[in-house]
Design a protein around this ligand. Structure first.
Ligand code: NAP
Length: 303
């Protein structure tokens, strides 16, 4: 019987484990893939206080080693189902089943992929799913971004302050994002910093060891244009990893609703990090969620 089972070994889960362990709790972390979550997929991190620059894999390894050195138990297994409503929670994996008094869900969210030819090959070599993480690497270069929602529009504006030119590619002839952002995009386009390529999709990404060019198909004219770029940012939405959890209250976009203490609608079940309905999804906010959750978990356990 564990005091807390943490599902997901990203920054949020690792921080929660660290804090719960320091409070004398018996902790199990279950992770289906690699430690670090999205962090491990990020090329360079330059916005984590106290570390000037680090690649994502190394930061993930450092976080993992810190927690592992304390003797906290890890299982590298995939959670298939959970029974959360009872006082004693049961978590079933592909290997075994585990019982705990509380559960912290920090399974993260995955960026949707375009499924364009070459996309997988160039991940971290010019294809990025995070403009705020990787934009600074392309100072004074030409880049492209795909998407028409608020994320793509905001990322495009952010990139336009760093790079030489941004090609904003959207599959329809109108943007989904807010009017105010669309207006700003058009202002940037007038200055030549942004070029909007509408009713178009990226069909292929070319390069050698890194991205050199994209092939963009206009869906109306059915013509393909080759555009030289150093990076392709994909901002076509994110999908929170919540499929295995039943009975949790979710937002319209599928993120887990919590209060500001990371409590979900189920007693003894907490959620944080990218899977939570929140305004900012960064390493530092994921860590903060994990720390706050640990306080709530300890409060709950001492009742
Ligand atoms: P989103 O609103 O779901 O937009 C995704 C965009 O990607 C849409 O324009 C969609 O095209 C396009 N898309 C989806 N699949 C595609 C594919 N396979 N190929 C090409 N394009 C594809 O996602 P988001 O922009 O990440 O925003 C998520 C939520 O967060 C939204 O509710 C958004 O308002 C919110 N958000 C708010 C702010 C803010 O208020 N400051 C900032 C960021 C995000 P279609 O339009 O044709 O469907």
């Amino acid at each position: 019987m564990y005091d807390v089972i943490i599902i997901g070994a990203g920054p949020s889960g690792l921080t929660c484990a660290l804090y719960c362990h320091r409070a004398g709790k018996k902790v199990l972390i279950i992770e289906k893939g690699m430690v670090g979550g999205q962090v491990a997929l990020t090329t360079n991190i330059e916005n984590f206080p106290s570390i000037k620059k680090i690649d994502g894999v190394n930061l993930a390894i450092q976080m993992y080693e810190q927690v592992q050195s304390l003797g906290i138990e890890f299982k590298f297994e995939e959670v298939f189902s959970c029974s959360l409503k009872e006082k004693i929670k049961t978590v079933v994996t592909n290997v075994s089943s585990y019982e705990s008094k509380t559960v912290y869900i920090c399974t993260g969210a995955s960026s949707r992929q375009l499924n364009a030819e070459g996309e997988k090959k160039f991940i971290s070599k010019g294809v990025s799913y995070c403009a705020t993480c990787d934009g600074a690497l392309y100072k004074n270069k030409d880049v492209a971004i795909v998407g028409g929602g608020n994320t793509a529009l905001e990322d495009c504006l952010y990139l336009s302050n760093i790079v030489n030119k941004v090609y904003l590619i959207h599959r329809r002839d109108v943007f989904r994002g807010d009017d105010i952002l669309v207006k700003r995009i058009h202002e940037c386009a007038k200055k030549g910093k942004v070029e909007c390529i509408m009713s178009s999709e990226v069909v292929k990404i070319n390069g050698d060891d890194k991205v050199k060019e994209i092939e963009v198909k206009n869906k109306i004219e059915n013509k393909i244009k080759k555009i030289p770029v150093s990076a392709l940012f994909v901002a076509v939405g994110r999908k929170p990893d919540t499929e295995i959890f039943e009975d949790l209250n979710l937002s319209n976009s599928g993120y887990i609703l919590t209060d500001n203490k990371m409590k979900t609608n189920i007693e003894g079940v907490f959620a944080g990090g990218d899977v939570r309905d929140t305004i900012l999804r960064q390493i530092i906010t994921a860590c903060a969620d994990g720390a706050i959750a640990s306080v709530s978990i300890n409060e709950y356990l001492s009742k």
